[in-house]
Design a protein around this ligand. Structure first.
Ligand SMILES: Cc1cc2nc3c(=O)[nH]c(=O)nc-3n(C[C@H](O)[C@H](O)[C@H](O)COP(=O)(O)O)c2cc1C
Length: 363
């Protein structure tokens, strides 16, 4: 039995296999609006057989965008195009998910191919916020530390965005608590030097994330799953670490979170990250083992054999692939062929399915 192609139930949602499209910014939106690029990009991976497609970091407020071209879900007008995309994804037997995000002090930067560093307000940039008034590095904007009202607005924005996500037809929400963006900035003592109830102790630094989870769960139906992506470690002495992640994951498990998507890094410039095949799988394994919560492994998983080994050995319940899915949108269909699993191809593509030989020529 090929484990990678066994279904997984997350509350009422059934994933048809364990291969998930990891959220990937496309930096191709205008004023937060999805367009044909997003339809084709996400739709292609649904045709390619992914069980769950997590739409890129989607900003809960305009100031929460990484770049001016990020997707957004801060106004009702964003919803109709997302509905259209999600209906297409669902029609392929795939599950549409969304990563809700706020970039905090890493906002208002150029998309990778348009420049480097801060986008000035005169060029469509904006003032950024963070836990503390310390920038990520010299190339990033200096944030204003959020005050109590600002923190309340962040929580409210996530709640409202979750309501819109439901209306848009998403079946899974992933909260972006990783990669040095706002929620991670609060978690890590390296980026959070607050002295109020949102800084200092572990309990204080996790407070914002717990409030966002609770607010999301207020509007996100009981029968739909909630995922949190965490950076399991800052890879830096004195930073957020794997022990913290295990402790937090156990708390999230009893607060309505169904799965931890285990990434790392992003909060400390030039952190020494031992990048290599499956280098983050150890965190998914440890969190699963020590807390019993479902986990996702991500990071340089590029072959069907690697993906199968991770799921079959119980190191993680799902694998998330990013760059491999950009190279090969049909990765799941070919992985099935490679591993010898029977999967359905789209009816329109059936005649191209490998190992199905018929005499039927072109009609
Ligand atoms: C083009 C691109 C955009 C990305 N955007 C996001 C994002 O929006 N949210 C996120 O959590 N991670 C993002 N990532 C990180 C991926 O989701 C993934 O964690 C990382 O690339 C490692 O997986 P891989 O080795 O399979 O690419 C992005 C990665 C790439 C390559």
């Amino acid at each position: 039995m090929i484990k990678l192609f066994e279904p997984l139930a997350l509350r009422s949602v059934i994933l048809k296999n364990r291969i998930v499209v990891s959220p990937m910014c496309q930096y191709s939106a205008e004023d937060g609006f999805a367009n044909d690029w997003h339809l084709v990009h996400l739709g292609s991976r649904a045709v390619g057989g992914a069980s769950l497609i997590i739409q890129e970091a989607t900003a809960v407020s305009p100031e929460g965008r990484i770049s001016p071209e990020d997707l957004g879900i801060w106004k009702d007008e964003h919803v109709p195009m997302l509905q259209r995309i999600n209906a297409f994804i669902a029609a392929q037997g795939s599950v549409p998910g969304v990563q809700l995000a706020h970039a905090g002090r890493k906002a208002s930067t150029f998309r990778p191919w348009s420049g480097e560093g801060v986008v000035a307000e005169s060029d469509g940039g904006w003032p950024v916020v963070g836990p503390t008034d310390v920038p990520f590095n010299d190339n990033y904007p200096v944030p204003t530390a959020l005050d109590a009202n600002g923190i309340r607005k962040v929580v409210d924005d996530f709640r409202t965005a979750a309501g819109r996500a439901l209306e848009a037809g998403f079946k899974v929400i992933e909260l972006h608590g990783a990669h040095g963006y706002l929620l991670h900035q609060f978690l890590s003592p390296l980026s959070n030097q607050r002295t109020d109830e949102y800084g200092g102790t572990f309990e204080n630094r996790i407070r914002l994330l717990l409030e966002v989870v609770a607010a999301t769960r207020e509007v996100w139906p009981e029968n739909l799953p909630l995922i949190v992506r965490l950076s399991a470690t800052d890879w830096t002495e004195g930073g957020w670490n794997a022990d913290d992640t295990v402790q937090l994951s156990a708390m999230l498990k009893v607060r309505g979170v169904d799965l931890i998507d285990c990434s790392t890094g992003g909060n400390v410039p030039k952190a020494p990250i031992p990048v290599g095949p499956g280098y983050q799988v150890q965190f998914a394994e440890r969190i699963k083992e020590e807390t019993g919560i479902l986990t996702g492994a991500v990071g340089l998983i590029t072959t069907p054999a690697e993906a199968e080994a991770i799921v079959a050995s119980g190191q993680a319940d799902i694998v998330l692939l990013a760059r491999e899915f950009l190279r090969e949108p049909y990765f799941p269909l070919f992985a099935a062929q490679d591993l010898g699993a029977e999967v359905q191809w789209p009816a329109q593509y059936e005649r191209a399915r490998p190992h199905v030989h018929t005499a039927a020529g072109p009609r």
